[in-house]
Ligand binder design. Structure first.
Ligand code: PLP
Length: 385
């Protein structure tokens, strides 16, 4: 075992190696300075104004239309939003999206949580949980008694991404098959997706969308919209703040049930505009693709670092997890990076590996990923002196 570093050597990284922006955290993550400037410019007439009036409603309207366009949503799909972040959406979904029994793919900290929420809901049958070892992902299995398949586009704790596809052999929801609901909190905007393959694609804006936390968004297929209505019609009790019929009614009016964070909405909309103005999802995923290529190639070519995820196609393009040789203490590297203004490269704590975790969300410049790699190489060299 690596000794715990109590005395971190004072290593100064040469200024010419440093990235332009030192934020590489998995969320909250880098917010583009341009978006913050736009918010500051709009602030006098936007911040501190009513979310029931046109100024704020037009930002929500722009955001909903922008997401529709970014994800090329098919006819009949809707953009719903509410307060509380992804974690609250899981709770809302146990009330308003799962009819009786769900199936959950569990392959890390985040993907396990929705399954736990469903298991604890007294009005639902016990969910089916399909597990895989960390660093890999399972696949959904079509079954007649499953009315919702819960997938995770990117497992943020391990750096594993998975393709979003309906379970092989499952009927479409229109023909009685289960809905496909995807936690895309860290994947949405950074990973390619085909809206025909999901019924609910939900996320929060503090990751690829370079905004702040506390909001959730769900892209809904007509089948998901219908499910929300059919469950409500059974009279199942649900607290109003978790009620998806209320969330949907408010979303259609470009509002939320209770007060949203206006700065979060503004920064989120600004990021969606930035994506769309530059070519859409191809632009945003292209930036993450390029960053991932730089990071994994660097690790492959180094003699001290290895990508944690073995299968190349499972290696996330938005969250990179890099293992270090036992002779090098990754925690010491993270500390030294932090002392040099490069923050949040620490691994997911509960994974317990000698590792760095590096976000490659679209806001993060691929050149800065290259600079980060050079900085790590420098630190490893200096530690060996
Ligand atoms: C960050 C994250 C969450 C939690 O999001 P909150 O908005 O904090 O609830 C859930 N799932 C995944 C995959 C995440 O990356």
């Amino acid at each position: 075992m690596i000794p715990y570093v109590t005395d971190t050597p004072d290593i100064r990284i040469p200024a010419n190696l440093l990235p332009t922006d030192g934020r590489f955290g998995a969320g909250p993550s880098k917010v583009r300075p341009e978006a913050v400037e736009a918010l500051a410019a709009a602030a006098p007439t936007f911040l501190g104004t009513s979310h029931r009036q046109k100024t704020v409603k037009s930002v929500v309207g722009s955001l909903r239309a922008g997401l529709d366009s970014l994800f090329s949503l098919p006819d009949g799909y809707e953009v719903m939003l509410g307060n509380g972040g992804t974690t609250c959406f899981w709770d809302a979904a146990t009330f308003g999206l799962i009819e009786r029994k769900s199936q959950h793919l569990s392959f890390g900290e985040f993907s396990s949580k929705f399954g736990t929420a469903a298991a604890q809901a007294p009005h639902l049958d016990d969910p089916e949980i399909i597990k895989a070892d960390v660093g890999t992902h399972p696949l959904p299995v079509a079954r007649d008694d499953i009315d919702l398949y819960a997938l995770t586009h990117n497992e943020t704790s391990t750096g594993v991404m998975m393709p979003i596809l309906r379970p092989v052999g499952a009927a479409l929801p229109a023909d009685g098959g289960g809905l496909v609901a995807v936690d895309a909190t860290s994947g949405a905007g950074g990973l390619a997706v085909d809206a025909n393959e999901f019924d609910a694609y939900y996320f929060a804006p503090q990751k690829c969308f370079g905004s702040d936390g506390g909001l959730w968004v769900a892209l809904l297929s007509p089948a998901a919209v219908e499910r929300i209505g059919s469950i409500a019609a059974t009279g199942r009790w649900v607290p109003a703040s978790m009620d998806l019929t209320i969330a949907l009614d408010n979303s259609r009016l470009d509002q939320t049930y209770n007060t949203p964070a206006l700065a979060t909405l503004f920064l989120f909309d600004d990021q969606v505009r930035w994506f769309n103005d530059n070519g859409g999802l191809g632009f945003s995923t292209g930036r993450s693709d390029r960053s991932a290529e730089i990071l994994y190639t660097w690790a492959d070519n180094s003699d001290f670092a290895t990508p944690f995820v073995t299968r190349e196609q499972d290696r996330s393009h938005v969250i990179g997890t890099i293992d270090f040789d036992d002779s090098i203490d990754a925690a010491a590297i993270a500390k030294i990076l932090r002392a040099n203004g490069i923050v949040d490269t620490e691994p997911y704590r509960k994974l317990g590996r000698n590792q760095l975790r590096i976000a490659m969300f679209p806001s993060i410049d691929p050149d800065d990923i290259a600079a980060l790699c050079a900085c790590i190489t420098h630190v490893v060299g200096a530690l060996a002196q």
